[in-house]
Design a protein around this ligand. Structure first.
Ligand SMILES: NC(=O)c1ccc[n+]([C@@H]2O[C@H](COP(=O)([O-])OP(=O)(O)OC[C@H]3O[C@@H](n4cnc5c(N)ncnc54)[C@H](OP(=O)(O)O)[C@@H]3O)[C@@H](O)[C@H]2O)c1
Length: 281
C-alpha cells in the first residue's frame, strides 16, 4: 500500500493523541500529523511519541481561527499534494459544574464543535485524495439528544432522521444556528430545543454533518471518499475530568477503524460506536 498522509485535529492529548499513537504503531511508513493549539503542547506530544519510537509531526492550529487551517492546507498541499485521512477529533465541553449561562455554553461549544469542525472540512476537503477517509468525533450524546428532540419537536426530529436524502450541510448548519439563537433569545423551550444540552446538541450536529458530507461525496462516487461519525465511548481524558471508564487507546479504536475502512466500504455517512453502526432513530 502506498504511503498515506494523515491529519488528526486536537491530537496533543486525549483521544486524538491515542488515535495518532495507534496510527503510528500500525502504519510506521505513513506520514502522520496532529494539530495542537499550542506549539509547546504539540512538541511535548511529539517527544512523548518519540520516547516510544514513534514519529508524528504537530502543526499549530485552532478551530476558531480559520487562517491556521489555511496554513495547514498550504503545507499539506505543497509537501504531499493533499490528504488521505482527516480525523476531526478536536472538541470542547464545559464542565458539569460550570455556572456559565446557557447562552455562553451554546455559543462557545457550537463555535468549536460544529462550526469549527465544518470550517476544517471546508478548508481541507478540496485537497482530499481519491479514496480518502474522513472521521468526525461524535458521542453517545448525539442519539441521546436526538431522543430529546423527538419528544420536544417531532417535526424537527423527522427532518433529522430522514435519510433519503439526509439534511444538507446548509440545513444542518442552519438548525445549529437556530439552536444558538433560541438559547440566546431564551425561547429554546418553546422552539423545542432541550435545556442545558449545548454539548449534546453540538455532537448531534457533528453526526448530522458527517451524513451531509457523505451525501456530497456520493455525487462523485468514483472517488470513493467516505465520511463517518465515530462515538469513542466514555473515555478517561481531561474533557471527562478523567472519569471515563475507557483508556485513550480504547477510545481511539472506533475512530481508527473508520479511518482505515477498505475501498468501496458500505459504511458511509453512519454514526458508529464500538465498530458497529448505530441505528439512527
Ligand atoms: N472523553 C470522552 O468521554 C468523549 C466521549 C465522546 C466524544 N468525545 C469527543 O472526542 C473528542 C476528543 O475528546 P477528548 O476527550 O480527547 O478531549 P480532550 O482530552 O479535552 O482533548 C481535546 C483536544 O481538542 C483540542 N481543542 C479544543 N478546542 C480546540 C480548538 N478550538 N481548536 C483546536 N483544538 C481544540 C484540545 O486542545 P488543548 O489541549 O489545547 O485544550 C485537545 O487537543 C472530542 O471531539 C469529544 O467531543 C469524547
Amino acid at each position: 500500500m502506498r504511503t498515506h498522509y494523515i491529519l488528526v485535529t486536537g491530537a496533543n492529548q486525549g483521544i486524538g493523541y491515542g488515535i495518532v499513537r495507534r496510527l503510528c504503531n500500525e502504519h510506521p511508513d505513513w506520514t502522520i500529523y496532529g494539530t495542537s493549539r499550542s506549539a509547546a503542547n504539540g512538541e511535548e506530544a511529539a517527544k512523548k511519541l518519540q520516547s516510544e519510537g514513534l514519529k508524528a509531526e504537530f502543526l499549530e492550529a485552532d478551530l476558531t481561527k480559520p487562517e491556521t487551517f489555511a496554513a495547514v492546507k498550504e503545507k499539506l498541499t505543497k509537501d504531499h499534494g493533499g490528504l488521505d485521512i482527516l480525523i476531526n477529533n478536536a472538541g470542547m465541553a464545559f464542565k458539569n459544574a460550570s455556572t456559565d449561562p446557557y447562552a455562553v455554553k451554546a455559543e462557545v461549544t457550537l463555535a468549536t464543535n460544529v462550526f469549527g469542525t465544518n470550517m476544517v472540512c471546508d478548508t481541507l476537503f478540496p485537497i482530499l485524495k481519491d479514496g480518502a477517509r474522513v472521521v468526525v468525533l461524535s458521542s453517545m450524546r448525539a442519539p441521546m439528544s436526538l431522543h430529546k428532540v423527538k419528544k420536544l419537536n417531532p417535526e424537527r426530529y423527522a427532518s433529522f432522521i430522514k435519510n433519503d436524502p439526509p439534511l444538507t450541510r446548509t440545513e444542518v448548519l442552519q438548525a445549529m444556528t437556530d439552536f444558538v439563537s433560541a438559547v440566546k433569545a431564551g425561547d429554546f423551550a418553546e422552539k423545542g430545543w432541550p435545556d442545558d444540552e449545548a454539548y449534546s446538541v453540538s455532537k448531534l450536529g457533528d453526526t448530522l454533518l458527517a451524513r451531509a458530507y457523505q451525501q456530497e461525496f456520493n455525487s462523485v462516487s468514483e472517488r470513493d471518499i467516505v465520511v463517518n461519525a465515530a462515538c469513542p465511548g466514555y473515555v478517561m481524558t481531561s474533557m471527562s475530568s478523567h472519569k471515563g471508564h475507557l483508556t485513550i487507546d480504547e477510545g481511539a479504536d472506533t475512530p481508527y477503524y473508520l479511518a482505515v475502512l477498505p475501498p468501496n466500504t458500505e459504511i458511509r455517512g453512519q454514526h458508529v460506536s464500538k465498530r458497529q453502526i448505530v441505528k439512527w432513530e
